[in-house]
Design a protein around this ligand. Structure first.
Ligand code: SF4
Ligand code: SF4
Ligand code: SF4
Length: 322
């Protein structure tokens, strides 16, 4: 059966039934900017940045949430689209306290990048913004809701991807805020500190506490590696500055973890630079060998061979059981 078609910026293209306009555009290599869109979660159309023009539609439509239709005529780069996107970016900037100089996310912020791209040099709208004190009461995540744009990505990351259901929207209207049950601090909530909300946050509202002040994004290089903790083999980026790991994030779209990590993989990297780390074999002198569960299977095999065959003891174990 022939595939449905639509016209994208004047070009006739085929698409798969069920695809959204955004997915069709991405498949065709046409870039539509997004902020709230989180792949693998149900689109919400909350931020209105991915607006496009559909011939015959009463208003511009959010391409992330609008199913593509046979015969549609779509413009992703028209004047109306640009004017509307620009206005929405200005409103988002005006809705919080966005002093990029003091923000941990400077250089790695999607809102900042969009403001630059659309040539926004001044904030036209001066409204009353909610004042939120920075919450750094837990050991791993800094929450600064004065920079939150209420895109909802953190909620989707927590509820739809990690299925922890620790956070959601709270309060109403201008007082809306992302909260745990009862608006308690993370450490007193159902949060398991996987940090998926931090990875999903496109702005500086959620940041890794251990990385604060250590490096700007352009000062680090990203080194891809496999998580050393368990057998799942999650793919992660080490963010390295001057030979030191300052942050860990998940590799988006890679198997087996598809952009997710647990608390150990994301935050448990202090051992790398710990002065207490063993760098030579520790000799206990008690006829017993304990090898490292983080090392490869072949090393563990060789370790038991050494102890059974050379040293002559069956007292051999590794730390996975501790
Ligand atoms: S969240 Fe983004 S736009 Fe806002 S201050 Fe931080 S870097 Fe700037
Ligand atoms: S750290 Fe994990 S569990 Fe906690 S709020 Fe964020 S996504 Fe949810
Ligand atoms: S904390 Fe970040 S991800 Fe969550 S709603 Fe605010 S801006 Fe979006």
């Amino acid at each position: 059966m022939a595939k449905p078609t639509l016209t994208l910026n004047g070009k006739l293209v085929e698409f798969e039934p069920g695809q959204t306009i955004l997915q069709v555009a991405q498949a065709q290599g046409v870039e539509i900017p997004t902020l709230c869109y989180l792949k693998e979660a149900t689109p919400t159309g909350a931020c209105r940045i991915c607006l496009v023009e559909v011939k015959g539609a009463r208003t511009l439509v959010a391409s992330c949430a609008m199913p593509a239709g046979n015969g549609m005529e779509i413009q992703t780069d028209s004047q109306a689209v640009h004017t509307s996107r620009r206005l929405n970016i200005e409103l988002l900037l005006a809705s919080g306290s966005h002093n990029c100089l003091t923000c941990e996310k400077n250089g790695d912020c999607k809102l900042q990048a969009l403001a630059y791209r659309y040539g926004i040099t001044d904030i036209r709208f001066k409204g009353q913004t909610q004042q939120y004190p920075k919450d750094d009461s837990n050991p791993l995540i800094v929450r600064d809701f004065s920079r939150c744009i209420l895109c909802g990505r953190c909620v989707q990351a927590c509820n739809d991807l990690q299925v922890n259901r620790a956070i959601g929207y709270g309060y109403r209207g201008a007082a809306s805020k992302i909260v745990t049950t009862g608006d308690r601090p993370y450490q007193e909530s159902d949060c398991v500190f996987c940090g998926q909300c931090v990875q999903a946050c496109p702005v500086g509202a959620l940041t890794e506490k251990k990385a604060v002040g250590l490096a700007r994004s352009w000062e680090t290089k990203k080194v891809r590696t496999t998580c050393p903790y368990c057998g799942v083999g999650c793919q992660m980026w080490l963010h390295v500055k001057d030979g030191r790991v300052v942050k860990v994030t998940a590799v988006e779209g890679a198997q087996p973890n598809r952009g997710m990590l647990c608390v150990k993989g994301r935050f448990g990297y202090d051992f790398i630079h710990s002065p207490e780390r063993l760098t030579t074999p520790l000799i206990k002198g008690e006829d017993a060998g304990v090898s490292c569960a983080r090392s490869i299977n072949e090393d563990s095999y060789n370790m038991q061979k050494l102890f059974r065959g050379v040293i002559g003891t069956n007292n051999i174990d590794h730390c996975a059981r501790t």
